[in-house]
Design a protein around this ligand. Structure first.
Ligand code: GLA
Length: 390
């Protein structure tokens, strides 16, 4: 059964009728530009062919009633209870429900209508895997309330509202990349976003390469603390560097040459974090002409450098991700491999010569299992459309 069929069937079981609408909102994989979105940098994600599916109809009470099929859990909440983050009976909302509740809260804050709904959802974006399962849930609910609320916003504005929900309601200080990719994804295209101006373009994906996702199946749990700390270190770097560089507002304003000249003024940890960001922003700028020329060899090297930097400077890798990336980088046909997303678990993204995809995937799975004792999950993904009403 497809996820679409699953959520429709479950809706019928829960509410005794067919749902009026179904939306689909994808996860994403980021090729380059990691931990730079909240530093006003550039990112290169694609929306993937894994998504959250939500079947929904209006509700005739003021209660929004949701079923998360994958967790076999239900929740009900009302607009009045949102600030306290409790369900309709006054109990704390379960963590998973903070995402839809946060979306309703953010939309209400923006003065947008959010009629109570009955919804059932399910996702094949694995949670805590670096593929933005949360953003896909957020984008599905923003679209659901847009459908029922009688308003219409461009995809980027919907992404910003999802980010607001995650920052201010869920409490993760994330940047805009994930919601952007889920909202604005394009089929067979790579997205290039300037996180400062929010200008973006879709670039053709080089035909001769496949994007392979390798899931260590190590799940990141409650690492918003570590994520928020990285962000705070970047802000501290800006504060300290602004003594010499008055007027800078983010690490985007510091080029590598200037950074090299001033970096000795920073405490060691802050220096490492900021160096990753400054160098990674530079790498994403070097990537665009390489992509345009189709130079996968040089582009792939940037992915490898990014992994090393996330491991050694930003310190968001784990041994399993290092093992997965190292094995991949040694295999024939692999242009580049690195951890993708926030880190601390999850997946690597691999750029592989299309005709060698099968042998690469088999060798990577075998090599990883040999070293760790665990079979990974490996799949070739394609770039999909952003969130849509089906
Ligand atoms: C998470 C966040 C994004 C981004 C990445 C790291 O996915 O949600 O905003 O910061 O980590 O690049």
């Amino acid at each position: 059964m497809s996820l679409r069929e699953t959520v429709i069937a479950k809706f019928q079981e829960c509410f005794g009728e067919v749902p009026v609408h179904v939306v689909r909102a994808p996860g994403r994989v980021n090729l380059l530009g990691e931990h730079v979105d909240y530093n006003d940098g550039f990112v290169l994600p694609i929306a993937i062919d894994r998504a959250t599916w939500l079947a929904f109809s209006t509700s005739d009470t003021d209660q929004t009633r949701l079923t998360a099929v994958d967790l076999s859990e239900d929740v009900s909440f009302t607009p009045e209870m949102l600030p306290a983050k409790t369900d309709a009976k006054g109990r704390p909302l379960p963590t998973w429900a903070l995402y839809p509740a946060g979306v309703m809260w953010a939309l209400m804050e923006a003065g947008l209508a959010t009629p109570a709904l009955r919804g059932v959802y399910s996702s094949n974006v694995p949670q805590g895997s670096g593929l933005s399962s949360s953003a896909s849930v957020e984008m599905a609910f923003v679209l659901a309330w847009q459908t029922l609320g009688g308003w219409r916003l461009p995809p980027m504005d919907r992404a910003l509202l999802g980010q607001k929900a995650e920052n201010e309601y869920v409490g993760v200080n994330c940047g805009i990349m994930d919601q952007f990719a889920s909202a604005c994804g394009e089929q067979d295209r790579l997205l290039h976003l300037d996180c400062r101006s929010l200008e973006w373009q879709a670039l053709p994906l080089p035909k001769e390469v496949a994007i392979v996702i390798a899931d260590t199946r190590m799940r990141r749990t409650l690492t918003s603390g570590e994520y928020n700390k990285r962000r705070a270190d970047c802000e501290e770097a800006v504060r300290l560097l602004s003594t010499d560089l008055p007027g800078i507002t983010s690490l985007r304003d510091v080029d590598l040459e200037t950074y090299n000249r001033l970096s000795s003024h920073l405490p060691e940890r802050v220096e490492k974090r900021a160096r990753h960001v400054v160098e990674e922003i530079e790498r994403t700028q070097r990537a665009i002409p390489l992509l345009e020329e189709g130079d996968m060899v040089e582009f792939g090297k940037l992915l490898n450098q990014c992994h090393a930097s996330l491991r050694d400077l930003y310190e968001v890798s784990i041994p399993e991700l290092d093992t997965m990336a190292a094995i991949a980088q040694s295999l024939p046909g692999c242009y580049g491999a690195r951890l993708t997303g926030a880190g601390f678990g999850g997946c690597t993204v691999n750029l592989v010569a299309r005709e060698q995809t099968d042998s690469f995937s088999q060798a990577l799975a075998a090599g990883y299992e040999d070293e760790t004792g665990f079979p990974p999950e490996i799949y070739v993904c394609s770039a999909s459309k952003g969130a849509e009403l089906i």
